[in-house]
Design a protein around this ligand. Structure first.
Ligand code: MF3
Ligand code: CO
Length: 250
């Protein structure tokens, strides 16, 4: 069942999402060659707490960190640790916050120093796919319209869409109905309604679509170790244009 949020719930969801946006925005300045993923995670956790929220991922199914930091061929759920970022890497930063029991969730893949053209293009296309998907997130449209927009954009560039991980509803839980595939057919699936809150998260690979999970039980990598990019926003379906709750406002 897809929960429709009340205005009261939305107050807290908005607050949680705004914390996530602020954290991602300030993390951007910390991402440079030489820093470890552990340092980035510590910075994010401190920010989340300072902003009056709780780190949503910490404790989720036994996960121990505030962020997932996924470098290069890591798709999602990279564990912060001793890894040192180097010039030309990309890093997917996924952060979640809880305010008064309500969740916000967003991710950005950042370049580290100077990245090559091919990688730059992958990032730009994945980000664009998210914005095209959000454009479809309107009352009266269908979930398949959102999914199809993502897949169609990947196809234009010959990128492969990750098929085994999904976006999701979000609210009083981090993961609520519906599952949001990054592929599908327009006009199919549940109809979208005002008050639904969705975390839409395209993941594009330069190589094949297949993924695997490393022995640490978390880190998802591309099976062929090709580069992967991930962008995510939590959005609200309204009467009119969708509201991007995790939009960075500067
Ligand atoms: N942001 C991820 C998602 O969208 C959740 C991270 S899994 C966790 O599903 F264990 F780290 F929380
Ligand atoms: Co998510």
């Amino acid at each position: 069942m897809i929960r429709i949020k009340t205005e009261k719930e939305l107050v807290h969801i908005r607050a949680a999402c705004s914390v996530v946006a602020k954290v991602l925005s300030s993390l951007k300045g910390e991402i440079k060659p030489g820093i470890t993923t552990r340092e980035l995670d510590a910075f994010a956790e401190k920010q989340i707490v300072t902003l009056g929220a709780l780190p949503a991922f910490k404790g989720y199914r036994g996960y121990k960190h505030a962020t997932c930091l996924s470098v290069n061929e890591e798709v999602v759920h990279g564990i912060p640790g001793n890894k040192v970022l180097k010039d030309g890497d990309i890093i997917g930063v996924d952060a979640g916050a809880i305010v008064a029991g309500f969740y916000g969730d967003a991710a950005i893949t950042f370049p580290v120093g100077k990245i090559d053209k091919k990688t730059e293009k992958l990032l730009r296309a994945t980000k664009k796919a998210l914005s095209l998907a959000i454009r479809q997130a309107r009352a009266g449209k269908y979930l398949g319209d959102v999914s199809a927009a993502i897949e169609q954009h990947a196809l234009k560039f010959g990128y492969r869409v990750v098929r085994d991980l999904y976006g999701h509803g979000i609210g009083s839980d981090l993961h609520e109905d519906p599952l949001i595939p990054n592929f599908g057919k327009a006009g199919q699936g549940p109809q979208l309604k005002k008050g639904m809150v969705l975390a839409i998260e395209p993941m594009f690979n330069l190589g094949g679509y297949k993924i695997e999970t490393l022995k640490d039980g978390w880190t998802v990598v591309t099976a062929d170790r090709s580069l992967s990019a991930h962008f995510e926003h939590t959005i609200l379906i309204t009467d009119g244009d969708p509201e991007i709750l995790t939009e960075i406002k500067d």
